[in-house]
Design a protein around this ligand. Structure first.
Ligand code: FCB
Length: 606
């Protein structure tokens, strides 16, 4: 009996939620390209970087003590001057330019904008306008978060998001900021990570207000999701609202069983995934969901207005937790590290596969996705390089599978005040010396820069464009002859990327034979079919079947193809290169109009 109660669900869970782990030895993490239009940015939050925030819930929290009369922040630290970003933002924008990013996500400090209820501070809003102006002048698009964990003391004293009546204050503040910045800011995040705010502030009690009350936690989550919905609807109705992209930022941390054969580990993992992620996503998808922790709280959340109240969804992803269930009422589960995992300085490991999974989970909302945060705490700079390679690979994999991912914001630009962990956690691409405020690029950050600066593929998968010099390479013809592209200078070269299994190529080839090869081969045109990654015999057989006479060359590993187009994109392409070695025309698939244009271009070169 026991065996059935145990084994059947465990088998079912193992089958329904398979472990996702890739063999990284077989993965080339460098073989990735992002679209030319992809947004690259870094992200920060006001309280963590600005300095001198002395009027919000976190200021009170950092400067108070816990029930044992001990400081609440690691090492008794306080945010104080933080990274002095309030004053140093012009320098920090230069640092962003050095990274090559074109977006910057930052948050507005509500307690500076509205230090007392209803009193809006003009100097503070002007500061953020200046910041946005400076960003735009440096070709960086500002992305604003309205609430990133902090709010004014007066709002906290009113009970903050514990009372649904207080949502009105958040709407008024948001309206003020939106009216003052909407002409400069195209992308808006309403609230950062509602479930992190709730779990840390109302469940674990390590963020303000330091409560441990599951029933209240559920109420606060419901109020935050409703606050998002109301702010979204309200801002959309303001001037500039319909043009703005407004979304919510959702953190996904997966909860996985530590022991995949243990029923309790599964039960608690499932409960945690439901309250942390699924309840919020359901709310946004269906306008209703249940927040349930058996024996503690069960709350139905309803708001039909929430359906569609998003222009995009922001995903913050770091890692997962391993859950160990226990037969104990006082502490029914624990989080434990799993042996063999690569640990970060936070209490979680690297889990790039989880990033890929989270992107798929968040995509079920059916909205465009921005990765609004992703980064690693790594004081010794020993795993950041691996982090960047593997997480960006995972991102790229999800993108290639067709998910609508528009951009990626690295967390974070420079070291900062990491909430309860204080200054110990080093998440920055730039290291900060907090005695001098000096910023230095970390060695591993070079990998991020390389990816940002790497040429993106266009929507047809091309890495090259018209007007640039063709990359040089050497190829072997099926005849055994070897040619280097640069040796062909002085002639017009048409590279036809093809393969024996490609039906569109087969359709196009007789036309190329007639209109290019036969017509122009004596007039200084070389046509070469470059066959994608097939052995000599296959290519010879292919040539025989098609009956074409122009030379075919081999392209093992699609290395030549990869110089011109993203290796993951398809063949049937012609690249026309002029007598000086410059690319003058690019085709994709066999489309009559484009094909005829190509013939005209070739003619005009002769
Ligand atoms: C996220 C927060 C961000 C930062 C990172 C490490 O949960 O949004 O402010 O603390 O974690």
């Amino acid at each position: 009996m026991l065996i059935t109660i145990w084994a059947v669900p465990v088998l079912y869970f193992n089958f329904s939620y398979p472990e996702t782990e890739w063999n990284w030895d077989n993965i080339d993490t460098q073989d990735i390209h992002f679209p030319e239009s992809f947004a690259w940015g870094t992200a920060t939050a006001a309280h963590q970087v600005e300095g001198n925030n002395t009027n919000n819930n976190w200021y009170q929290w950092e400067n108070g003590v816990n029930e044992n009369n001990q400081p609440r922040i690691h090492n008794g630290e306080t945010s104080s001057l933080a990274s002095d970003h309030w004053n140093r933002y012009p320098d920090d924008i230069r640092l962003m330019n050095d990274l090559g990013v074109n977006h910057y996500r930052f948050s507005i400090e509500w307690s500076k904008i509205e230090p007392e209820r209803g009193n809006f501070n003009i100097a503070a809003i002007k500061h953020y306008r200046d910041l946005c102006d400076s960003l735009l002048k440096s070709n960086i698009i500002p992305v604003v978060t309205l609430h990133h964990f902090t709010h004014p003391i007066w709002f906290e004293n009113f009970g903050a998001f514990e009372n649904k009546e207080n949502i009105e204050y958040f709407i008024k503040y948001s309206e003020y900021v939106f009216n003052n910045l909407q002409d400069l800011v195209p992308i808006w995040c309403t609230i950062n990570e509602p479930t992190v705010f709730v779990s840390q502030g109302y469940f674990n009690g390590i963020f303000p207000p330091g409560k441990k009350d599951p029933v209240l936690a559920a109420t606060v989550l419901e109020n935050l999701l409703n606050a998002h919905t109301k702010v979204y609807r309200h801002l959309k109705g303001l001037p500039g609202g319909s043009e703005a992209q407004i979304g919510l930022v959702k953190n996904i941390f997966q909860f996985d069983p530590l022991r995949r054969w243990h029923i309790l580990d599964w039960v608690f993992s499932n409960v945690l995934n439901d309250v942390f992620t699924n309840s919020s996503l359901d709310f946004l998808k269906k306008g209703s969901s249940t927040f349930s922790m058996p024996g503690m709280v069960k709350k139905e959340m309803n708001n039909p207005d929430a359906v569609g109240a998003l222009d995009f969804i922001g995903l913050n992803y770091y890692s997962r937790m391993h859950v160990k269930g226990r037969p104990s009422l006082s502490e029914p589960f624990l989080f434990e590290k799993r042996e063999g995992d690569i640990q970060t300085d936070m209490d979680y490991a690297l889990y790039p596969e989880g990033f890929y999974k989270a992107l798929h989970t968040i995509s079920t909302l059916g909205k465009p996705i921005y990765v609004t945060e992703n980064g690693v705490a790594d004081q010794g700079d020993s795993i950041r390089a691996l982090f960047i390679k593997r997480y960006l690979y995972s991102l790229n994999r999800a993108l290639k599978e067709g998910l609508d991912i528009r951009g990626y914001f690295y967390w974070t630009l420079m070291d900062n005040f990491e909430w309860a962990e204080g200054y110990k956690m080093k998440f920055g691409l730039y290291k900060v010396d907090f005695n001098t405020q000096e910023r230095t690029l970390r060695k591993s950050s070079k990998l991020f820069i390389d990816m940002v600066k790497k040429r993106g593929a266009d929507e047809r998968g091309y890495l090259v464009s018209i007007g640039e010099n063709a990359p040089d390479f050497t190829m072997d013809y099926t005849s055994g002859e070897r040619v280097t592209l640069s040796q062909l200078k002085g002639q017009v070269v048409v590279l036809q990327f093809t393969a024996s299994w490609c039906s569109v190529c087969r359709k196009e080839m007789p036309h190329l034979e007639k209109d290019v090869w036969k017509a122009f081969k004596d007039k200084g045109v070389v046509l070469i079919g470059v066959d994608r990654d097939e052995p000599l015999e296959t290519v010879l057989q292919f040539q025989k079947e098609i009956g074409t006479t122009y030379p075919l060359a081999l392209d093992p590993g699609a290395e030549i193809f990869g110089l011109f187009a993203d290796k993951n994109s398809g063949v049937t392409r012609n690249v026309v290169i002029d007598q000086q070695g410059k690319i003058v025309f690019l085709t994709r698939l066999f489309e009559e109009k484009e094909y005829n244009q190509m013939i005209e271009v070739i003619k005009s070169l002769l």
